[in-house]
Design a protein around this ligand. Structure first.
Ligand code: 13P
Length: 251
């Protein structure tokens, strides 16, 4: 049985005050649900204050990115070791905005996965096809190539730290979510590939869906057998909508 994971990716949004207030509201609501986990990804700058706000609650915290290097002269970067020191448990790797806007490539993302694992943190690898890749019938190939490039070198104990987020690029911030059946097909394809790479973890690795998740589509998404949670962007920025998603994320 995989524990559902409901994650909010705050991207480059919210003031410090808004972030702290939102975190407190989410933490208060999360206490009611012992059968699901809640994870927030604030910006680096807000991380410590948000961490103080949720300390002692069940809310988990992650960082939206980390350096591919261990430490040293890398101006503007933040290392996995520094994230662990600040209290992060998860690190988002390869979000489509970093792949497509900031040009991060598979080999670079693989290095980040290794840095995160070295610090005993949990990488959440984002994978997903663009609209043109989907229309060309290449969605599965693209997603599986992203998965293989970042993860195929891992050992079983490392695989146990991994979470996957399938986020079709055309569904992010567009209001067009993949249908639950479409998402399920891709999640099942991903799980089969994991099974081929590391059979012992295929039934425990959580695969989240992301892309226009809202209170009105969460129940149908969570009803799918291989959707183990969601990674929410826009709807995670308001307490009301994120808490409604959390409430209705029933397996
Ligand atoms: P939206 O929920 O705004 O579509 O964003 C999804 C996302 O990118 C989460 O990482």
């Amino acid at each position: 049985m995989r524990m559902p994971l409901i994650a909010g990716n705050w991207k480059m949004h919210l003031t410090l005050h808004e972030a702290v207030e939102l975190a407190k509201a989410v933490a208060a609501a999360a206490e009611q649900y012992s059968d699901r986990e809640v994870l927030l990804y604030p910006t680096f700058l807000q991380f410590t204050r948000v961490q103080e706000a949720v300390s002692g609650t069940k809310v988990l915290l992650g960082a939206q990115n980390c350096s591919a290097e261990k430490d040293g002269a890398f101006t503007g970067e933040i290392s996995a070791a520094q994230l662990r020191d600040a209290g992060a448990q998860y690190v988002l790797i390869g979000h489509s905005e970093r792949r497509h806007i900031l040009g991060e490539k598979d080999d670079f993302l693989k290095k980040k996965i290794d840095r995160v694992l070295e610090q005993n943190l949990k990488p959440m690898l984002c994978v997903g096809e663009t609209l043109s890749e989907r229309e060309a019938g290449r969605a599965k190939e693209v997603v599986l190539n992203q998965l293989l490039a970042a993860l195929q070198h891992l050992h079983e104990n490392e695989w146990r730290q991994i979470t996957i987020a399938y986020e079709p690029v055309w569904a992010i911030g567009t209001g067009k979510n993949a249908t639950p059946e479409d998402a399920q097909r891709m999640h099942s394809t991903i799980r089969s590939k994991i099974s081929a790479l590391c059979p012992s973890v295929a039934h425990t690795v959580r695969i989240l869906y992301g892309g226009s998740v809202k209170p009105d589509n969460i129940a149908a998404l969570m009803a799918m057998p291989d959707i183990d949670g969601v990674l929410v962007g826009g709807a995670s920025l308001k307490a009301e909508s994120f808490i409604a998603i959390l409430r209705d994320a029933v397996v």
